[in-house]
Design a protein around this ligand. Sequence first.
Ligand code: BJW
Ligand code: ZN
Length: 253
Amino acid sequence: MSVHLSDSLLAVLSRATRAVAFTGAGISAESGVPTFRGADGLWNKLKPEELASMDAFMKNPALVWEWYVHRKTIMAAIVPNEGHRALVRMERHFAEFAVVTQNIDNLHRRAGSTRVMELHGNIERNYCMQCGKACPDVAVVTDRGIPTCPACGGRIRPDVVWFGEMLPDDEWEAAVRATERAEIFFSIGTSGVVYPAASLPLMARQAGAYVVEINPDPTPLTPRADEFLRGPAGMLLPAICEELEQCRQKRGR
Ligand code: BJW
Ligand code: ZN
């Protein structure tokens, strides 16, 4: 599939050595993971705060767990798509390449990306809210209801970041460092409304990166990006990758 890329994007692609791919739920949509917002969004019937917050969990842990077990089941059954795979190919052409993801589905690692920063946690992990011990997934999924810690009896929760919670320090700091160093920054499949993650493309732009947004629909970032490529990530990322490979071949690298 060939896609027309602007001369300025081609110029940056041919010379850049440091890149960041910042991803959201949209990159996993083509694998069958529902997005959070929009027509087919996960949150259509329920407000995010009703499920993804400590308040919600304290009020109704069984409901929150039912939702996570449902999503764990979806995510265990799906596989990375062309978009995830294109980012793995892209990594080879940059001296520094980081995937900074808001997704908890582990699909970037499963696809083979080697430098992945997970800003909102990972649905494959759980931990005890009382003693902090990690709890394997199988115990959670087979337990149904509200899983408890075999060591101390405390409540187990998924290792994800809910509204009102801090992002993991190490992942956030690494993401900011990579963003500030990037010459090209791709914002892929995110509505860009959840902070602080949504500040990364703006930080990249401020630090001098060429910011490319990939999304079938415009977002609050669109007027501030250097380039908006409208369409699904599973189609656009492989096309960008082909152009990148051609640029590098021409330059003999
Ligand atoms: C395609 C496609 C295809 C479709 N190809 N694209 C007021 C102002 C500013 C900030 C705040 C505020 N009030 C509160 C806050 C802070 C709050 C926040 O940002 N709220 C806003 C919503 C208002 N943020 C937080 O609380 C964060 N923590 C924090 O700030 O800590 C500091 C602090 C601590 C204590 C007190 C105060 C401050 C934490 C945020 C955690 C977010 N967690 C979630 C759930 C994770 C766990 C789980 O999954 O269960 O993370 S919410 C949810 O949204 C999830 C996502 O990672 C995140 C972003 O969503 P994303 O990925 O952008 O998905 P969508 O669905 O929104 O968009 C999909 C896009 O894909 C769309 O654009 C489609 O068009 C596109 N698409 N198909 C490419 N094929
Ligand atoms: Zn415990």
